[in-house]
Design a protein around this ligand. Structure first.
Ligand code: SF4
Length: 252
């Protein structure tokens, strides 16, 4: 068991380690109680490539929100087949089904925080029960929230989040993709450099920030997987325009 002091110590040491060294450390300590998540975007490919080469049996969580581009789902299938990935698809809890179906068109636009919570955050919270560590591909150069992240982050429930690519820049990602001849997401060449759900993603210009096309113009930059929102066990404190009463939805 790692103490908070040791986590801070390792986290500082990892500032000068390569992503592969950090992944090897994590595999030695936590496998098989360790999973990674991937959204199968072009910039996700380097971390996926590294983890699959170091520990091919690692469970890879793919959050299937139901709002993905068709191209993302096809790319996920192709990579699963070619790299023999151990993918686990995550779906929203069934107690949300009636509400989600009734609001399928309006929810991403009217209350994206609630939409991300029930389609992404809660499924990931549930999936990680029973695991000790979670490898994520966030980088400090992506958003102001991610700029504050550490290589190791212990969450309130004891789960350790490991961010091996934290110090990488966009150029490092591109260099690795080129060196290893990794495939691109089919929408990448059309200007979708960060690909999320279809209602919340637009194409961007070459010089825009990589994530500028996510929730563009809507004052939202994160889905909640990489913020304090992730640790919450329910949505009672959320700013939901739909004013959902979770206890009622539980009985749907
Ligand atoms: S990214 Fe958009 S569609 Fe996807 S879960 Fe979040 S709000 Fe909903």
């Amino acid at each position: 068991m790692l103490s908070v002091h040791k986590i801070e110590k390792f986290s500082k040491e990892f500032e000068t380690k390569t992503p592969q060294e950090i992944i090897e450390w994590a595999v030695d300590r936590f496998s098989p109680y360790m999973a990674m998540s991937s959204s199968f975007q072009t910039q996700s490919m380097p971390l996926l490539h590294m983890v699959v080469h170091i520990a091919p049996e690692t469970p890879i969580f793919f959050i299937n929100t139901g709002y993905h581009f068709w191209e993302t789902l096809m790319f996920r299938e192709k990579m699963a087949d070619e790299w023999k990935l151990n993918i686990i698809d995550l779906y929203r809890d069934s107690r949300w089904d009636l509400f989600a179906r009734q609001n399928i068109r309006s929810l991403p636009l009217k209350d994206p925080n609630l939409c991300c919570y029930l389609h992404k955050v809660e499924p990931m919270q549930n999936a990680l029960k029973g695991y000790k560590a979670w490898i994520s591909g966030i980088r400090r150069d992506q958003t102001s929230v991610r700029a504050q992240a550490n290589f190791l982050e212990i969450q309130k429930d004891g789960l350790l989040k490991i961010n091996p690519l934290l110090n990488w820049k966009r150029e490092d990602v591109n260099r690795y993709i080129e060196e290893h001849n990794l495939p691109h997401h089919p929408l990448y060449e059309k200007g979708y450099r960060s690909v999320g759900c279809a209602p919340c993603t637009i194409a961007i210009g070459e010089n825009d920030n990589e994530r500028a096309g996510r929730w563009a113009g809507r004052g939202k930059v994160e889905c909640g997987l990489h913020t304090g929102m992730f640790s919450r066990k329910n949505i009672s404190e959320s700013q939901s325009e739909f004013q959902i009463d979770v206890t009622k939805v539980d009985h749907v």
